[in-house]
Design a protein around this ligand. Structure first.
Ligand SMILES: [Mg+2]
Length: 174
């Protein structure tokens, strides 16, 4: 069976969407609603507001209620019948997130066994046939086939095969 590694944030979980909502509701900036749908936070926020956002990610509970990205559950379930599916997430950057990220996976992807969940630091340690990730730096060091999951912070990247949605992943891999 071929192995697929799935990134968690901005591939399974709409972390960017949650952050955008926080900025819109709590930062008092009066920005157009679609401000962060086509550009990263760094393009809009001041250094001080970026720091504020980074602190929010570190707060207890941040990772508990992140929405699931559209169609991820159904497609990952179908993939797991055809491939060995792993979740590989760089959780070490936010050490307080481990429990929350694990519980989130149990809640929304209960069919992914704990043996198939990898919390790591540098993803260059990961080996598999496919990696689906929104961060070009993770695909850069990957020896298998990398798929770049479309996100507002990677729109300029042209070096990797881009997937726009879970439906597109289903078309490619199922
Ligand atoms: Mg990610």
């Amino acid at each position: 069976m071929l192995r697929i590694i799935l990134d968690q944030d901005d591939v399974l979980a709409d972390t960017h969407g949650k952050l955008a909502q926080i900025v819109h509701t709590e930062f008092g900036l009066d920005l157009p609603e679609d401000t962060f749908s086509h550009q990263p936070f760094q393009a809009v926020l001041s250094d001080a507001d970026q720091k504020k956002l980074y602190k929010i990610i570190h707060q207890k509970g941040f990772f508990t209620d992140i929405p699931v990205i559209k169609d991820a559950q159904e497609v990952v379930k179908a993939l797991s019948e055809k491939y060995e599916v792993f979740v590989g997430t760089a959780a070490m950057e936010f050490p307080s997130s481990f429990r929350e990220k694990y519980d989130w996976l149990q809640q929304h992807f209960p069919f992914i066994h704990w043996r198939n969940i990898v919390f790591c630091g540098d993803k260059s340690i990961l080996h598999a046939d496919y990696l689906i990730d929104d961060m070009p730096r993770n695909l850069k060091t990957f020896s298998g086939k990398g798929l770049l999951f479309n996100a507002p912070h990677n729109l300029q990247e042209t070096g990797y095969e881009r997937v726009m949605s879970w439906q597109e992943i289903a078309t490619k891999l199922l």
